[in-house]
Ligand binder design. Structure first.
Ligand code: ATP
Ligand code: MG
Length: 290
């Protein structure tokens, strides 16, 4: 499977600088990848139907990335094959004042899917160890002295552990969490920003704050390395996938999603003998209707 080399399952450390941002190394042909993506989306549609009917697991797909890596368009593409009744998308923006009066998982818990449903997180609780760490936002949080007085290192080490524990908790409560980092290059980000500035219909996607974040590209990359290394496990893995070519990103995401749904081994619910004979009785009534 082409996604294997992008997998972090706790047995390996992440070094984003060694991971490609495009498909060159994989020596793939765009036409066949597009065709394979279509096939994957068809298979996902079938499996999602069974997953929805089975209602035994919930699936959370976390998408993380720097700006302009293509989170939105990836979501749009992958969602195109799904039954909207069984999937929700949650975008985690800057926390509201109300969010900030609670622990950082409070707003996340409210977005957990019901079993049988898929939730796509466009950004997530991982922002609480990423943007918060890069900008030291925790310093202004209203929290007890015993927390604020910790060293930064300790504060975030604890959060990595809390996140791993939270994901274990979810797994043990019949959820699956899969995390995907869209790995875009510094050059491609610039190209996409320029496009957002030059094309009026894309202006709304750009904010001058994006440039401030871009200036911290290396800091983010370093922290992502740590975060991915420390929060990967066999049951809640990370994938860091190339994001410079959208067609390849979409293929890899479809492959990852398909793999997760296959692992669920969902089945259509089987009727009890009693329910089945009830169904047969209804059938008889319908057939004999005058
Ligand atoms: P786009 O790629 O289209 O710009 P986006 O996901 O960047 O989409 P924005 O509305 O531009 O969406 O930005 C959301 C911002 O909210 C991001 O800069 C993100 O870092 C920030 N954010 C998310 N969660 C937190 C958090 N817990 N604390 C502080 N900032 C956060
Ligand atoms: Mg943004």
């Amino acid at each position: 499977m082409k996604t294997k080399k992008y997998l972090f399952d706790g047995s390996n450390k992440c070094q984003l600088n060694d991971i490609p941002t495009n498909s060159k190394e994989d020596d793939v042909d765009k036409e066949s990848i597009l065709a394979e993506t279509e096939k994957n989306l068809e298979k996902i549609a079938i499996l999602q139907d069974i997953f929805y009917a089975d209602k035994r697991e919930g699936l959370i797909v976390v998408l993380q990335a720097l700006d302009a890596a293509g989170k939105d368009s990836t979501i749009k593409n992958v969602m195109s094959c799904m039954n909207p009744q069984g999937v929700t998308v949650h975008s985690f923006k800057q926390p509201t004042t109300e969010d900030l009066t609670h622990d950082y998982l409070w707003r996340v818990n409210r977005c957990l899917p019901e079993r049988g449903k898929i939730a796509i997180f466009n950004r997530s609780y991982y922002e609480d160890v990423l943007v918060v760490q890069v900008h030291n936002l925790q310093k202004n949080y209203s929290m007890a002295e015993r927390i604020i007085s910790q060293s930064e290192k300790k504060f975030f080490e604890k959060r990595y552990q809390q996140i791993s524990n939270y994901e274990d908790y979810l797994y043990e409560n019949s959820y699956r969490v899969v995390k995907i980092f869209l790995h875009v290059s510094h050059d491609k980000q610039k190209e996409r920003f320029l496009e957002r500035i030059d094309k009026p219909e894309k202006n709304w996607k750009f904010s001058s704050a994006d440039l401030k974040e871009r200036a911290m590209f290396n800091e983010y990359t370093e922290i992502y390395n740590t975060v991915i290394s420390k929060t990967s496990s066999t049951h809640c893995p990370w994938y860091a996938i190339p994001a410079d070519q959208k067609w390849y990103t979409r293929y890899l995401v479809s492959q990852i999603l398909l793999n997760e749904l296959e692992q669920c081994k969902s089945k259509y619910p089987k009727l009890s003998d009693e329910a089945e004979s009830g169904l047969m009785e209804c059938r008889r009534q319908l057939v004999n209707e005058k």
